[in-house]
Every structure is written in structure tokens, then in C-alpha cells.
Write a protein that binds this ligand. Structure first.
Ligand code: SF4
Length: 391
């Protein structure tokens, strides 16, 4: 097998990140399916959180980083309100400097979006809002334990688009009790919102969540696999027919509306990250901050090590991950680009798997570029284990 050259590895690790993620761990209430790193109903911790973010940013030497993308996720950054958002951006701008034309995204909950929040977001340099809409059906929103209404989603999108912000809305499928007809109506309503981007996720039943506990006790029932698949097929058909490009397994964009920040992750470029549970990547090593908001804050403010986890990939492991992230995208993998970026020939890393997928109609190969077919994308979660296994 061709081995990675040290030049390639060094280039990956020495390149300063042009993307940064900031985790804002506050929500009004914890939705029953959510296992993210956050605290609900603990606004008393916001001042300490801001102080800890300011302190963590000093990991970067002055003047900090010039960024092509900055993404504030959570939790719910919009829960900070207009003044809290201004305060957070003032702190971030001491070390994180979005370049002219940079994509700056904040996640928002529909119930938090007001004219003054949108004004503050724009004044802080935000260009894009990712809205946790999940559904435009009142019954589905209740089933998902969300604390907003369909009208909150419509009103929020209207405010944000009127301010000139790019908007992405999340849609959840396979919610408890949700039917194919419900998803059909949701897709119509979502397309009518006129946003540039949609992210579609199938509900997962994570250990430790309220939903998982209710399901173990027989009080909630996950959708069966064939219904999940039908919902995903319907989603792809309807959104493509409406002019959205299905550019990654879970993501759809109108022309020019792709999320540039996520493309950094999928390209395996380095990125910085701050806040509880936030993971940063330097091209080889992924370091994840302590997941508990209170432990992360205490350790950061006390000058202690606040690392939760760290993982250093071998060049081969990094190449294997590049295969997975690349094939999740509709553009797939170009052999030459893969070799230049990873130091490995694609066929040495995943050739046997790719040949099996082609034989099953899950992938195509024109000699230069390998891509999953529509069927391959539908079953992609089940394909990756064979690529990621030790060689
Ligand atoms: S609003 Fe989002 S981050 Fe907050 S609890 Fe609900 S799903 Fe989790």
C-alpha cells in the first residue's frame, strides 16, 4: 500500500484553521429526544459561561484566527437574547475574526426569534441562521416535545429572510406517530417557506434521553425501518423536484445555498472549537472539551485541563474517515484529489468495498470519480463499518 508522505501530513497539521465552532449550551427546556451537551433552565450560568469562553479563547495567541466560517451551535445560541448575543460576539471577536464575505451562522429556536434578535444578529456579522423548526405540524411538534408552534416557525423565517439572512430549517422525520402523509404535508409547508437550505434528520433514540426511556417501557414506539426509508425517499423526491440539491446525506440546498462551514468538516480541513463538548481538529488530532457545562466552566476558569477526550488518527485512519465523509456527499470522491489530500490511493483504502457497492448498484465509478447512487445514499449508514475497520 502506498503510504502517506510526511509533506502531506505536515501540510494538514500546519495549516491554520479557517473555520471555528462555538458551543452555546443553553436551552429553555430539554426536548425529550435530545442528548446534546447543554443545561436547560440554568440561565444563572450564562455570565460564567461567557467568562469561560473569554478565557478559553486565550488558547489562541493574539491576534487570533482569520475565518472563512464561524458557526455558533448548541444548545440554542438564540436563547442568549439580543444583549447576550452581542456580548458573546464581542468576546469572540477578540480572537476570531471573520474575513469579509465569511459565512457566520447561529442556530436559533423559532420561539426566540424576534425583530430585535435579528437586528442584533445582523449587527454582530451573522449571515446565516439555522432554525430548529423540526416540523410545521402542530401534532408532530407536540410529539417531539418541542416548545414552539408551526406559526412560530413561519414568523421566525419571515423575520430572518426579511433581514437578508440566509436561512436553513431542520426537519425531523420518523417522529412518534408521524405518518408518511404528515411528512408529505411538512415538505410542502417547508418548501413554501422559501429558505435557502434544509437539513433533514431521522429521529434517533439516544441512550439516556427521555424518549429512549419511554420506549424501553413501551410507552413510545419508534417508527419501523420501512416507514423511515419511505419518508427519506419521499423527502429526496420532493425536495429535488422543488429545486433543492441533495448535496449531502442529510442536507439540501438551493443553488449557492450550501453550508460552507459543514463543507469544511466534510473536506477534513482543520477547525477550531470552543465551549463544553466542542471538538476541534488539527488535521490529525481531534480534541473534545469536557462535555459537562459546569465541569468545563469550573476547569477553564480554574486554569485546569478541560479536555474530555482526545484521539489521534494514523494517516490511514484519516484517509478512511475521508472516504466516509466524501461519499456522504453527492459529489463523491475524485481519485486525484483524494490522493493529493490523504497520500493514499483511494483504491488502496476502499477499493474492495467500492467494487462490492458498484456490484450492488450502490455506487458508480467513471474511473476518476466515485459516487454513491441514490440507493447508496439511502443505505449509507450501513456501509461505513467495512471502510473504517482496521487494515
Ligand atoms: S432545542 Fe435543540 S439543543 Fe435544545 S434541547 Fe431541544 S433539540 Fe436539544
Amino acid at each position: 500500500m502506498k503510504t502517506a508522505t510526511s509533506d502531506i501530513v505536515n501540510a494538514a497539521t500546519q495549516q491554520p484553521p479557517r473555520a471555528a465552532y462555538v458551543h452555546v449550551p443553553f436551552c429553555r427546556h430539554r426536548c425529550g429526544y435530545c442528548d446534546f451537551s447543554l443545561v436547560a433552565g440554568r440561565d444563572d450560568l450564562i455570565a460564567s459561561y461567557l467568562a469561560a469562553i473569554e478565557r478559553e479563547l486565550t488558547r489562541l495567541e493574539s491576534p487570533g484566527l482569520e475565518l472563512a466560517t464561524l458557526y455558533l451551535g448548541g444548545g440554542t445560541p438564540s436563547h442568549l437574547g439580543p444583549d447576550g448575543l452581542r456580548r458573546l460576539f464581542d468576546i469572540l471577536h477578540t480572537r476570531l475574526r471573520p474575513l469579509p464575505g465569511a459565512e457566520v451562522t447561529i442556530e436559533a429556536n423559532p420561539g426566540d426569534v424576534t425583530a430585535s434578535l435579528a437586528t442584533a444578529a445582523v449587527a454582530c456579522g451573522t449571515t446565516r441562521v439555522s432554525l430548529g423548526g423540526q416540523s410545521l405540524d402542530a401534532t408532530t411538534l407536540v410529539a417531539l416535545d418541542r416548545d414552539h408552534t408551526p406559526d412560530d416557525v413561519r414568523r421566525a423565517v419571515d423575520i430572518l429572510l426579511t433581514r437578508g439572512l440566509a436561512v436553513s430549517v431542520d426537519l425531523m422525520t420518523a417522529a412518534p406517530g408521524q405518518t408518511l402523509a404528515d411528512v408529505d404535508r411538512d415538505l410542502d409547508a417547508l418548501v413554501a417557506l422559501g429558505t435557502q437550505h434544509l437539513s433533514v434528520y431521522c429521529l434517533t433514540w439516544e441512550k439516556g434521553t427521555q424518549f429512549e426511556s419511554l420506549s424501553r417501557r413501551g410507552m413510545l414506539r419508534p417508527a419501523d425501518e420501512s416507514l423511515e426509508r419511505s419518508m427519506l425517499e419521499l423527502t429526496i423526491d420532493r425536495l429535488e423536484a422543488a429545486g433543492f440539491e441533495h448535496y449531502e446525506v442529510s442536507n439540501f440546498a438551493r443553488p449557492g445555498g450550501r453550508c460552507q462551514h459543514n463543507e469544511t468538516y466534510w473536506d477534513c480541513q482543520p477547525w477550531e472549537a470552543f465551549g463544553p463538548g466542542a471538538a476541534r481538529f488539527d488535521g490529525r488530532e481531534r480534541i473534545t472539551n469536557h462535555r459537562s457545562t459546569t465541569t468545563w466552566m469550573r476547569r477553564v476558569l480554574g486554569g485546569e485541563d478541560f479536555t474530555g477526550d482526545s484521539e489521534t488518527m494514523t494517516p490511514l485512519e484519516a484517509a478512511q474517515e475521508r472516504v466516509v465523509l466524501g461519499l456522504r456527499r453527492r459529489d463523491g470522491l475524485r481519485r486525484e484529489a483524494f490522493l493529493n489530500a490523504s497520500g493514499f490511493a483511494l483504491d488502496d483504502v476502499a477499493g474492495a468495498s467500492i467494487r462490492r457497492w458498484i456490484a450492488r448498484g450502490l455506487a458508480t465509478d467513471d474511473g476518476q470519480q466515485v459516487r454513491l447512487t441514490r440507493e447508496g445514499l439511502l443505505v449509507s449508514d450501513g456501509l461505513w463499518a467495512e471502510v473504517l475497520r482496521p487494515m
